[in-house]
Design a protein around this ligand. Structure first.
Ligand code: FAQ
Length: 335
C-alpha cells in the first residue's frame, strides 16, 4: 500500500515538473513572438491573462456587431427608396457576418459561442456603449455610417496587426467592409446636407447627437483605462484610447467641411506642440451610466436580442438535426 502511494506521489511530482518545464518553454516562446512583433496562433502556449484579455475584447467586439445591427435594422422598412433599403440591408447583414467571424475567433480561445451568447442575453457581457442610443430619423443612418463606422475603422485598422492571429485576420476583412459602410453613411449625409433646409437640419441634428457618443466608443481616457497598458505591451492594442480618439477628431474635422455641416464642439483644435487634435470635454458620467446598463436603449436592445434568440430556437434545432443526419449518413457510407 505504502509503495503504491509513493509511486503515485512520484508520478504526480514528475507530471508537475514536466508542466513547469512546458510553461517555462511556452512563456519563453511567447515572449520571443511578442518581441519580434509576430503572431500567436490558437495552438501556441499563451499566458492565461493574455487568453482572458483577448476573450474579453473579442467577445465584446462580437456582441457589439450583433447588437449594433438593431438601430439600423429598425430603419430598413422605412428607408426612403428601394436602393437605400437594399444598401442598408446589405450593411446590416455585413455586421452579422462580422459578429460571426469574431465569435469564431473567440472560440479558438476555448470559449463556446453558446456560452458567449448566454452571457450576452443574461446581461452579463459588455458590448459597445454606442449601440445604446436611439436612431431617431433617417439621417441617423448617415450619422451612424459616417461617425460610428468611422470610429470603428479608426479603432480597428490597428487591430489588423493584433498579435493574436485569428483576431488580426478577421479584422482585415471587417475593415474593408467598414470602409464601404462609412462611405455609404457619408453619402447619405451629403445628399441630405444638399437637400431642402429641413433635410440639412435633420442631418445636422443627427451629427449633433452621435458625435459625443462616437468619441466615447474609443473607451475611457488613458488615465482611466485599466487594460490599455498591458494590451499594448502584448501588441493587442497598438495605440491608446486617447491617441485614437484624437486621430478620429482630426479625420472628422476635414470631412465635415465637405459635408457642409459642423461638429457640435467649439473646442476642437490642433495642438502644434503635441501635434495632436484636441476636443472639448466629454460627459464620462454618461459613459459610465451606459456601461452600467442605464443608457437610453440598454434594456430595449437586450430585450430584442433575447426575443431574437428565442425566435431562432427552431433554426438551431433544425440545423443540429440536419448535421446529426449528415454525420450518420457519412458514417454509414464509410462502413
Ligand atoms: N463601450 O481599459 P479599457 C462597430 C470598457 S464595433 C463599452 O480602456 P480596453 C461596428 C472596457 O471593456 C464597436 N464598454 O478597455 C459597427 C473595460 O471594461 P471590462 C465595438 C467599453 O478593452 C458599426 C472598461 O470599459 N468595437 O462599431 C467601451 O483596453 C455600426 C475599461 O476600458 C470594438 O469592440 C465602450 N465604448 O479598450 C457595428 C473594438 N470602452 O472589459 C454595427 C475592439 C471601454 O474590463 C453598426 N475593442 N469599455 O469590464 C477595443 O478596441 C477595446 O476593447 C476598447 C476598450 C478600445 C473598446
Amino acid at each position: 500500500m505504502e509503495a503504491n502511494a509513493q509511486r503515485d506521489a512520484d508520478s504526480q511530482a514528475r507530471d508537475s515538473q514536466a508542466k513547469d518545464r512546458q510553461d517555462a518553454d511556452g512563456q519563453a516562446n511567447f515572449d520571443r513572438v511578442i518581441k519580434e512583433d509576430s503572431r500567436i496562433e490558437p495552438k501556441d502556449w499563451m499566458p492565461d491573462a493574455y487568453r482572458k484579455t483577448l476573450l474579453r475584447q473579442i467577445s465584446q467586439h462580437a456582441h457589439s456587431e450583433i447588437i449594433g445591427m438593431q438601430p439600423e435594422a429598425n430603419w430598413i422598412s422605412r428607408a426612403p427608396s428601394l436602393k437605400r433599403k437594399a444598401i442598408l440591408m446589405a450593411k446590416v447583414q455585413d455586421e452579422a457576418g462580422h459578429g460571426l467571424y469574431l465569435y469564431s475567433a473567440a472560440e479558438t480561445l476555448g470559449q463556446s459561442r453558446d456560452k458567449m451568447t448566454a452571457d450576452l442575453i443574461a446581461g452579463k457581457a459588455r458590448y459597445s456603449s454606442i449601440f445604446n442610443y436611439p436612431a431617431l430619423t433617417w439621417a441617423d443612418m448617415g450619422a451612424i455610417g459616417w461617425l460610428v463606422d468611422g470610429a470603428a475603422i479608426c479603432n480597428q485598422v490597428p487591430l489588423c496587426r493584433a498579435s493574436y492571429g485569428p483576431y488580426g485576420r478577421a479584422m482585415v476583412r471587417v475593415c474593408k467592409e467598414e470602409s464601404f459602410h462609412q462611405r455609404q453613411g457619408f453619402e447619405i449625409l451629403l445628399e441630405l446636407a444638399h437637400g431642402t433646409p429641413e433635410q440639412k437640419q435633420m442631418a445636422q441634428d443627427a451629427v449633433n447627437r452621435w458625435y459625443a457618443p462616437a468619441l466615447m466608443m474609443f473607451g475611457p481616457p488613458d488615465d482611466d483605462s485599466p487594460n490599455s497598458r498591458q494590451s499594448m505591451a502584448w501588441n493587442i492594442k497598438r495605440f491608446s484610447n486617447d491617441e485614437l480618439r484624437s486621430r478620429f477628431v482630426g479625420m472628422m474635422v476635414e470631412q465635415v467641411r465637405v459635408l457642409g455641416l459642423t461638429l457640435p464642439d467649439s473646442e476642437i483644435r490642433f495642438n502644434e506642440d503635441t501635434k495632436k487634435w484636441e476636443h472639448g470635454p466629454l460627459d464620462w458620467n454618461e459613459f459610465h451610466e451606459v456601461l452600467a446598463g442605464r443608457g437610453p436603449c440598454n434594456a430595449q436592445r437586450l430585450e430584442r436580442r433575447r426575443e431574437a434568440h428565442d425566435d431562432g430556437a427552431w433554426v438551431r434545432e433544425a440545423a443540429a438535426a440536419y448535421a446529426a443526419k449528415q454525420s450518420l449518413k457519412t458514417k454509414e457510407y464509410a462502413a
